[in-house]
Design a protein around this ligand. Structure first.
Ligand code: 3PG
Length: 315
C-alpha cells in the first residue's frame, strides 16, 4: 500500500505507518498534477493546503482520505461519500495549540507587540521614545470579557485559558444555537473558585458586551459580517483562528479602517494565500499565516493519531 502525505506528516506518524508496512511518500505533488498522478496511491494524507477535489477523487483508486487536522473543507466529502471512500481526521489533537494562538494574538494586541515588532527593526533606535509612548497604551487581559462564539473543543480550550487569566467568559454556542450553560465546565470553575461568568448568551449580548470576541465555529459559513461588526464595542478586538470565510474580510477591513472596532487578530483568510493585501496592510491587525495547529506538540499528536487511524482502517 502506498500513502501520499502531500502536506507532510510528523516523523512519529510516518514511522508508525512504515512499521505497519506502508510505503509513505512525502514529496509534494503540485495541486495541478494531482489528478493525473493520484492513481499511484492508495491513501492520501493532506493538511489544508492540498485540495482533494471531485476530479482528483474520481481519477483515483483511493481506499482512504486522511486529513491531518480538523477542517474537512478542502475535501469533497460528497464525492468521497458517493464512491464509498472513508475520510478520517484528527479532531482533538490540535485544540490546545489553536487556543494558545488566540491568546498569542490577544496579548500581542493588548501590549502592541504586533506594532512594535513591525517598527522596531527599522526605527527602534531613532524613535525609541515615541514608540514607547505609543506602546504604553497597553492593558491587561485580566478582568476583560472574552466572548466565545462556537463552543466545541477549541472554544472550550479558549475558555479554560481565559478563566485562568481572570477573564469573564461569555459563550454563544453557534452550532446548536443553544444558550445552555456548559455544565461540566461551569462546575469545574465553580469548584476551583474562579470568579467567572460562564454562560451561554444570545449572540447580540456577546457581540455588544465583549472586549475580545473569538470565533470557533465549524466550517467556513460567515458568522461575522457588517451587521455583527456594527454591534461590537468601538474598543472590541476580534480574533479569528477558525476559518477565513467565517469573518467577512471586506467588512472587517472597513470596520477597522472606520474605527468601528479597535483591532483584529487574524490567522486565517478567505483565500490562502490571500488574493489581496487589504487586511495584511491594515495597521491595527495582528497577523499570522494559518498556523493554529502548527506547533511541535499538535503535529506530533496529529501524526500519531492519524497514523493509528489509518492502520486501524486498512489492516
Ligand atoms: C485544521 O483545520 O486542522 C487547522 O485549520 C489547521 O490546518 P493545517 O494543518 O492545514 O495548518
Amino acid at each position: 500500500m502506498k500513502i501520499l502525505a502531500n502536506d507532510g506528516i510528523d516523523a512519529a506518524g510516518k514511522s508508525i505507518l512504515m512499521e505497519a508496512g506502508f510505503d509513505v511518500v512525502t514529496d509534494k505533488i503540485p495541486q495541478e498534477e494531482l489528478e493525473s498522478r493520484i492513481t499511484d496511491f492508495d491513501v492520501i494524507i493532506v493538511r489544508s493546503a492540498t485540495k482533494v477535489t471531485e476530479k482528483i477523487i474520481r481519477a483515483s483508486n483511493l481506499k482512504l482520505i486522511a486529513r491531518a487536522g480538523v477542517g474537512l473543507d478542502n475535501i469533497d466529502l460528497r464525492t468521497a461519500g458517493e464512491l464509498g471512500i472513508p475520510v478520517v481526521n484528527t479532531p482533538n489533537a490540535s485544540s490546545r495549540s489553536v487556543a494558545e494562538l488566540v491568546f498569542a494574538h490577544a496579548f500581542s494586541i493588548a501590549r502592541m507587540l504586533f506594532l512594535t515588532n513591525r517598527i522596531m527593526p527599522d526605527f527602534g533606535k531613532e524613535q525609541f521614545k515615541e514608540l514607547k509612548n505609543t506602546a504604553s497604551a497597553g492593558f491587561e487581559l485580566t478582568g476583560k470579557r472574552m466572548g466565545i462564539i462556537g463552543f466545541g473543543r477549541i472554544g472550550q480550550e479558549v475558555a479554560k485559558i481565559a478563566v485562568g487569566l481572570g477573564m469573564e467568559v461569555l459563550v454563544y454556542d453557534y452550532k446548536s444555537r443553544s444558550f445552555d450553560i456548559i455544565v461540566e465546565l461551569h462546575e469545574m470553575y465553580r469548584q476551583h473558585n474562579f470568579k467567572v461568568t460562564l454562560k451561554g448568551q444570545p449572540l447580540d449580548v456577546v457581540l455588544k458586551t465583549s472586549d475580545f470576541i473569538s470565533i470557533h465555529t465549524p466550517g467556513s459559513e460567515e458568522v461575522i459580517g457588517e451587521l455583527e461588526l456594527s454591534m461590537m464595542k468601538k474598543s472590541a478586538i476580534l480574533l479569528n483562528c477558525a476559518r477565513g470565510g467565517v469573518v467577512n474580510e471586506k467588512a472587517l477591513n472597513q470596520a477597522i479602517s472606520d474605527n468601528k472596532i479597535a483591532f483584529a487578530g487574524v490567522d486565517v483568510f478567505e483565500n490562502e494565500p490571500p488574493v489581496n493585501d487589504t487586511l495584511l496592510k491594515l495597521k491595527n491587525t495582528s497577523l499570522s499565516p494559518h498556523i493554529g495547529a502548527s506547533t511541535a506538540e499538535a503535529q506530533l499528536r496529529v501524526g500519531i493519531e492519524l497514523a493509528e487511524r489509518i492502520v486501524a482502517h486498512l489492516k
